[in-house]
Design a protein around this ligand. Sequence first.
Ligand code: SF4
Length: 328
Amino acid sequence: MADEEVILQVKNLQTYFMVDEGIVKAVDGVSFDLHKGETLGIVGESGSGKSVTNLSIINLIPNPPGKIVGGEVLFRGKDLLKMPQDEIRQIRGNKISMIFQDPMTSLNPYLKVSTQMVETIMLHQKLDKKAAKEKAIEMLMLAGIPAPEKRIDQYPHQFSGGMRQRVMIAMGLSCNPEILIADEPTSALDVTIQAQILELMSDLTKRLGTAVILITHSLGVVAGTCDTICVMYAGRIVERGRTADIFENPRHPYTQGLIRSVPRIDKENAYRLYSIQGQPPNVIDLPDCCPFYPRCDRAMDICKKKYPVSVKAENGSAVSCWLYAEEH
Ligand code: SF4
């Protein structure tokens, strides 16, 4: 762990969406801690609840149809879910900032990058315009934008996809946040640019001491970037632990399947890539059993009747699966 100091505690978070067909339990009892300077990966298929978890952390769930129905999100001991809106607005973009998959959804195409960055820095850092622009140029330079003093006065469409994501990283880190939430930050980029952006993000956040929550569907992305991993399935964390432990000894059958489906260049013998059979479950009115059982080749009778207990191992990792219930 980068540092033992816990800066964010998510406790039994529950976020539901009330739709005509029933209740979608998008996030149902998620808990984890984030330490200072740690990079935590949240991995899962589409619809597993990873993005909703992070939107819940910064209290940005559209209500209706969504509602955070339970749990706590303690940022330095203060519950963000109980904070008045004007107070949490001071935290969003300042102490906790976010970057998304497509920078064009966050950047205003009609405004120059300078306007967008300088206004944010002035608002949150209480700097005058000149100092804010200097800070913005410094951040663009750190993010690897060539000739930042010229490019800052360009519009978002004048940047390539990879360069726009660099601008987003520079914006996200410009107010020295304690936490950066990055939601699939490289999914829209081609593979070589992905690697550069991940390396840049990792390098910058380590240098600035920022903790990161990296949301991704790809275990390949978390392998080289994250200290710890939470694997989500159907709105819950099914396995969590240090990245090295999870890759060396994945315990949940779903994690095992995910790892077997990642191409490995370090394996001598090429092998056929595994694919997990079946589809993710429909999360409307899910019964309280193991939601992975229709896809699990080790399922037992109890898996269809009760949700598995969470079992902790000596190395601090935890798994929710009936195969390990005896260790409980
Ligand atoms: Fe498979 Fe049962 Fe474990 Fe679920 S609880 S992953 S069905 S063995």
